[in-house]
Design a protein around this ligand. Structure first.
Ligand SMILES: [Ca+2]
Length: 575
């Protein structure tokens, strides 16, 4: 592709008399291959309308088109010929440029622990497909998600912002339960969404898999997923529109059962298929989408967000094993890995895709107790300890990632899911809209193996409002933050601090707060200050333990899904 573009640049420079220093396509390509210089120095390389090829603006094209027509008839014919040649080459280049922009696949596994891939230490199951991806790419061991539960984690990776900004603070449930927890009913379509921005810049965009950012249970009037910037969508029972719903089969069953049939109310078409094969169904849809994007000469961005490995666990009957929760979970994990293989093989074995596609693979939150493993880390799903928010991350892209880093582990870079949208925009050479303020940072050099730095700002978390206790634990901390190697957890008011040195104590076992009062005070100020800047939820009320909490919805639900007038009244206070 680079050779083609170099060839094309030569005739343009002659025809258009442009300044080679200001226009070469190759110059921009070089910058794309070295994203460290992408963000500020050459904006024209990052966000170029398809009509303005190789940095030549409309003025250059106008002068080129008009100049030959002023000559005598014989040279006019030559000029016409040259103009036709230019138009043909321009069309070729538009297609070539579009096709050369990196493709991106973001795989967001559901409820998988940090230690569940065998390349992250699992000895109880084997994940050869992901392991091979890791062997050809980079594993990141200090990557986080921005919430320890589904919906807010997905909100952050979609928007590049703290999910609290959009009142997505726990899993989206039925209408009354969302109100009870002070949450929106769905992600506000006005939120910045990575896919929408990429689509506006020529990307084909597809979402395949679980959505869980609106449209579930009785919330059947949420926006279609396509409204968030996707050309094509296929989801599960927690999203609007076309969906795959699960047939279930266990040893001894004569006929398959059905679960989540109520989700048919959320739109279709509905395809029922064995639960154990649904990841493969999403992979097939993604492959079909990739083939169409390639045929159209478009770069693509794909969310592949499988149902797996969330409970309930329905592996193939032949792999049922002893039927224990852990055993079923591991069988589902291995099946998911096997079904990913078809996608990985297609991209790896197609040279144009292999050299120009970035695959990122992580989990949306920590493991459910008794199922997956958080490796050496404390806690799991729904907790703010490391096991709830630290996720394995594999980044693969032989034509984009530094190849001397292939197969390595980056154990130093600290960053999070909400850093991915600004980073992936930079990978695509797309400038963020001026009115979008990401909480995430551009960490492209880290993702591509050119740097071992970390994001610069601290990371902050707030627990889901309905998870003061989870999976048999005691009272869980409300807030947490990480700055450097220090991790602070505390209550909403800053009390009960726990301070851990993750460098020396990644398992959060020794509370250093008693010996570090000044540091605790300093970090607590930052953490409570951050929390005050975020819209509240009902976590404090729900944690109060008072049984007679009366919820009063004063106004109708806002069209965007936010109960603007919702207020909580403690009935006991009125007595
Ligand atoms: Ca999840």
């Amino acid at each position: 592709m680079r050779t083609l573009l170099t060839r094309l640049a030569v005739p343009w420079s002659g025809i258009l008399r442009s300044n080679p220093a200001s226009s070469p396509v190759v110059s921009c390509r070089a910058r794309r291959s070295n994203p460290e210089i992408l963000p500020a120095d050459r904006p024209e390389c990052r966000d170029r309308p398809t009509g303005e090829i190789s940095g030549l603006g409309p003025r250059a094209r106008l002068s080129a088109a008009s100049s030959p027509l002023d000559a005598h008839p014989r040279s006019s014919a030559a000029a016409w010929l040259r103009l036709c040649c230019f138009c043909f080459l321009a069309l070729l280049c538009v297609k070539a440029l579009a096709a050369s922009r990196p493709n991106i696949v973001l795989i967001y596994v559901d409820d998988m622990g940090w230690g569940d891939f065998s390349c992250f230490g699992n000895r109880d199951a084997s994940t050869p497909q992901v392991d091979r991806l890791a062997a050809e790419g980079i594993r990141f061991t200090q990557f986080y998600v921005n919430a320890p539960i589904c919906s807010p984690s997905r909100c952050a990776v979609a928007t590049g912002q703290y999910p609290q900004r959009w009142r997505i603070t726990s899993y989206l449930s039925n209408r009354a339960d969302n109100d009870r927890r002070g949450m929106a009913q769905w992600l506000d379509p006005k939120a910045p969404v990575l896919a929408r921005i990429l689509r506006q810049h020529g990307y084909a965009t597809g979402h395949f898999g679980k959505w869980h950012l609106g449209g579930q249970r009785d919330v059947d009037d949420a926006p279609p997923i396509g409204e968030y910037g996707f050309d094509e969508t296929l989801t599960n029972f927690e999203g609007m529109g076309a969906k795959l719903l699960p047939l279930t089969l266990k040893p001894g069953d004569a006929q398959p059962g059905r679960i989540w049939a109520d989700a048919e109310r959320l739109g279709g078409p509905v395809t029922w298929m064995q639960r154990s094969e649904i990841t493969g169904g999403f992979v097939k849809a993604a492959l079909d989408f990739i083939n169409r994007a390639v045929a159209d000469g478009k770069p693509f961005y794909i969310n592949l967000w499988p149902d797996d490995v969330h409970s309930p666990y329905w592996p193939p009957v032949a792999k049922w094993g002893d039927g224990s929760k852990r055993g079923l979970y591991l069988a589902v994990l291995e099946e998911m890995d096997r079904q990913f293989g078809r996608l990985f093989d297609h991209i790896r074995n197609t040279p144009a895709l292999r050299d120009n596609t970035l695959i990122l693979l992580c989990s949306d939150n920590g493991p459910e107790a008794g199922a997956g493993s958080a490796g050496p880390f404390r806690g799991g799903k729904a907790t703010l300890y490391e096991g709830g928010t630290r996720s394995p991350l594999v980044v693969w892209g032989p034509g984009l990632v530094a190849q001397d880093k292939a197969g390595t582990r980056n154990e130093t870079s600290v960053f999070a899911a909400f850093d991915l949208p600004p980073s992936l925009l930079a990978v695509a050479g797309v400038a963020a809209p001026a009115d979008v303020a990401f909480d995430g940072e551009n960490v492209v050099p880290v993702l591509l193996g050119q740097s071992a730095a970390s994001r610069t700002a601290p990371l902050f978390w707030r627990r889901p409002p309905d998870r003061k206790r989870a999976y048999g634990s005691g009272r869980l901390p409300d807030l947490s933050m990480r700055e450097g190697n220090w991790k602070l957890l505390c209550e909403y008011d800053g009390t009960r601090p726990q301070l851990y040195d993750l460098g020396a104590d990644p398992g959060e076992s020794v509370n250093r707060a008693p010996e570090q009062p000044e540091l605790v005070a300093q970090l607590t100020r930052k953490l409570l200050g951050w929390n005050r800047t975020m819209p509240p939820d009902t976590g404090p009320v729900l944690a109060s333990g008072k049984p007679n909490v009366l919820f009063i919805a004063i106004e109708d639900r806002h069209p965007d899904g936010i109960s603007l007038g919702s207020q909580l009244r403690d009935a006991s206070a009125k007595r």
